[in-house]
Design a protein around this ligand. Structure first.
Ligand SMILES: *Cc1c(COP(=O)(O)O)cnc(C)c1O
Length: 387
């Protein structure tokens, strides 16, 4: 995946280093957009997956919108080319200042999660003499069949407006001078969803909710079905880009919007995960009693997902030769941080490693550098962009 010319350049660089394949990123975004365009669908990139300025510039240049979860994400998205009129703002805990930021920019919609939040947004909008466009986040109560930390669409989760508050939300929006305009319904079931029947079930739920609103006289302009498309972490080279054609086809088949209702998506991981790798050098090899440890110069401070939710990332040796590739050794690949959870993988088969060898921890473009921390007073991140 990394050419020998680039590898030679990288050998001069300090590790740990985030490597981004920008041509692959562009191909991923243009593929997703082309497939969405077939059905007239709109995509918002979930900025929380990766807010690196270079990545944002590449994505905004492809002409899609953004999905933000903080005021600074809104500022960052606008600063790097996204149109404010294409930005949606989600999150259960929006502060007054963040709401004012969003109002000032005139974003497309607030995805609202409670009656109290709705009232606060209305008040702030009236103070600023602006109108706030809101979409109501409905909890579809669907099991995303993914890790429980990244399941969001079940009744037991903190997300979405509670059923018993919904009627009150609607009447509040429609009181005179509420400062609010209802523009949509919003759904999101979770992340890294690989069982695509989940999306079919989501469509059916959205249809039901849409009918519920229509029965009350509201044909909202936007049905926002969220994101959560899973990527192939085990084989990033055979399947670098998600099958977006099939993904959007599910919505075309099962979602039944009214004439004129737009369908919006919020894709994060599936747009950026596979364009990034965390490159790291082997510091030490420690042959323990029952296993071999490969101790890297990158740790959970650079890529938290394995420590946070035992996430799998493929690990490749970039310095293995054809000879060493033949006979692999089993390693526990760990970082230098003073935590036992600082482990990238157990029972990892790799060519025999030695101090100085370069490894690539793959599919680290989403929820990678954005979750980095300075714990143990680590160095700031280093980058390489393949142009
Ligand atoms: C995180 C998030 C997304 C993006 O999820 P991915 O799994 O990265 O596609 C979309 N919408 C909402 C509301 C989110 O919280």
């Amino acid at each position: 995946m990394i050419s020998t010319t680039i590898l030679e350049q990288i050998q001069q660089e300090e590790t740990p280093l985030y490597y981004y394949d920008l041509p692959l990123l562009r191909e991923t975004i243009t593929t997703a957009k082309a497939q969405a365009d077939r059905w007239g669908y709109h995509i918002h990139y979930a900025v929380k997956a990766n807010f690196n300025p270079r990545i944002l510039q590449e994505i905004s240049a492809c002409g899609i919108g953004a999905d933000c979860v903080s005021g600074l994400e809104i500022e960052q998205a606008v600063a790097h080319g996204f149109q404010a009129s294409e930005i949606v703002f989600a999150g259960v805990g929006k502060t007054d200042r963040e709401i004012q930021t969003a109002l000032k920019h005139g974003i497309l919609a607030f995805n609202v999660e409670s009656l109290e939040e709705l009232k606060v947004i209305g008040n702030l909008a009236r103070e600023m003499q602006l109108e706030a466009r809101v979409a109501l986040r409905i909890n579809p109560n669907i099991d995303a069949q993914t890790h429980h930390y990244i399941t969001t669409g079940l009744d037991e989760n903190k997300f979405g407006i509670l059923m018993h508050e919904l009627e009150a939300c609607l009447s509040f929006i429609h009181t005179a001078a509420s400062g609010l305009t209802l523009v949509g319904l919003h759904f999101h079931v979770g992340s890294q969803i690989t069982d695509w029947t989940v999306f079919k079930r989501l469509c059916l739920k959205v249809n039901e909710w849409n009918a519920w609103f229509i029965a009350r006289g509201y044909i909202v302009p936007i049905l926002n079905v969220g994101g959560g498309v899973g990527i192939n972490y085990t084989q990033p080279d055979t399947e670098p880009i998600v099958d977006f054609a099939s993904y959007f086809a599910i919505f075309n088949q099962f979602l039944t919007p009214e004439k004129g209702q737009q369908v919006h998506f919020e894709l994060g991981r599936s747009l950026v995960a596979n364009c990034g790798s965390l490159l790291s050098r082997v510091l030490y090899i420690k042959n323990g009693v029952n296993k071999n440890f490969a101790i890297l110069d990158a740790g959970m401070t650079e890529l938290l997902r394995p420590a946070l939710y035992q996430a799998y990332h493929k690990i490749d040796s970039l310095t293995a030769t054809e000879v060493t590739l033949e006979k692999t050794v089993q390693y526990e690949v760990v970082g230098p941080i003073c935590e036992s959870s600082d482990c990238f993988g157990k029972n990892i088969q790799l060519p025999p490693l030695k101090r100085g060898d370069l490894l690539a921890i793959r599919s680290a473009g989403a929820y990678g550098e954005v979750m980095a921390s300075r714990y143990n007073l680590r160095q700031p991140l280093n980058y390489y962009f393949k142009e």
